[in-house]
Design a protein around this ligand. Sequence first.
Ligand code: GLY
Ligand code: MN
Ligand code: MN
Length: 434
Amino acid sequence: MKKKEFRKRRKNLLKELDQGVAIINTNPHLNRNRDCQFPFRPDSDFYYLTGFPEPEAVAVLIPEREEGEFVLFCRPRDPLRETWDGRRAGPEGACRNFDADQAFDIGELDQRMPELLRNRQRIYYGIGKQSEFDSRVMSWVNELRGQARAGVQTPSEFITLDHLLHEHRLFKSAAEIDTMRTAGKITAAAHVRAMQSCKPGMMEYQLEAEIHHEFMRNGARWPAYNSIVGSGANSCILHYTENDQKLRNGDLVLIDAGAEFDFYAADITRTFPVNGRFSGPQRAIYDLVLEAQFAAIEAVVPNNHWNQPHEAAQRVIVEGLIDLGILHGSYDEQLESGDFKRFFMHRTGHWLGMDVHDVGDYKIDDVWRQLEPGMVTTVEPGIYIAAGSEGVDESWWDIGVRIEDDAVVTAEGCEIITGDVPKQADDIEALMRG
Ligand code: GLY
Ligand code: MN
Ligand code: MN
């Protein structure tokens, strides 16, 4: 993402801060075990506004401040630590390379923050996410209160930054959509690779390896979330990530995996037969989920409300399962009782962006919000018939199917940015044969 994109984001937020100050803390670098760390991935809110990739950093945005509106606190340069742990920008680099107007050593945060909050009316920050940070913010405010007799005004309102900022993040710019198209293409190529390399007898993690290999060799260093490779009974566990079972001839395998490219997530699910040929019951459920997905995609149109794609998918799935004799009664009776949720227990989509389950409200004043150009959502209906499902013939057991694509809402409808991996059953079979 270019620097001007980050500048534009800060400017848009600064315009809305009025007499306030926004404080945006990044997330801590977590240990995996003993002295080994997970790879560091900055908090999305923080990175969205700064483009600054290091841990231990705090951004402060202060509208119409003479010395500059963007202040960044970060780790100081340290030749010894940098030899061991990697390069640091340091405050100078933060100004030079990340457009900070002023930058300071993170060790000076407590000393400098009261001054930055002086005579401002309100503080915007992500209240309640990191309790230790919450108390530090309070200590800065208390320090200012102590100066009240000297005429210093103390901020009197605390407002969560989330709502304001997440409304910005919900609407993707042209540059963001371009990046998400790339994430979608890389992810589609990875799913194609998994279909092409799948053979009975392989382990689920070997398919996972094919997926991650394709991500990485295309510049997506990390998956956007833990990859799900569930075969047979595991296809019916929505967030299965053990991925340690053998792929059996005759079973389906469900892969839900998405690349993170330049901090943007893709999120694709494909389900296919381990041996390359759908059985009759597998095909019947597969085609039904696909029909539901097409119905949902057709409902991803500006001015439709958020829930319309879900309602469209739900209708196709419930009526289809009644036709197959898996559900009983009428559509309305099923809706009333909610019995169908045994087999379709999740929603049909979620916002997608820097986070796989991205930010942004789904309702406004308790009403589903309307879809608007620039929003990005997944479309992912599924049917999961676990072994032992009551009143369901055994021939349907262990069939779990989800089909998931990513859709950008456009002026006319939507653009599917993950379309490079087949999803018609015949096309999948052809690809696997080839
Ligand atoms: N990959 C998580 C989801 O589809 O929501
Ligand atoms: Mn999803
Ligand atoms: Mn997914």
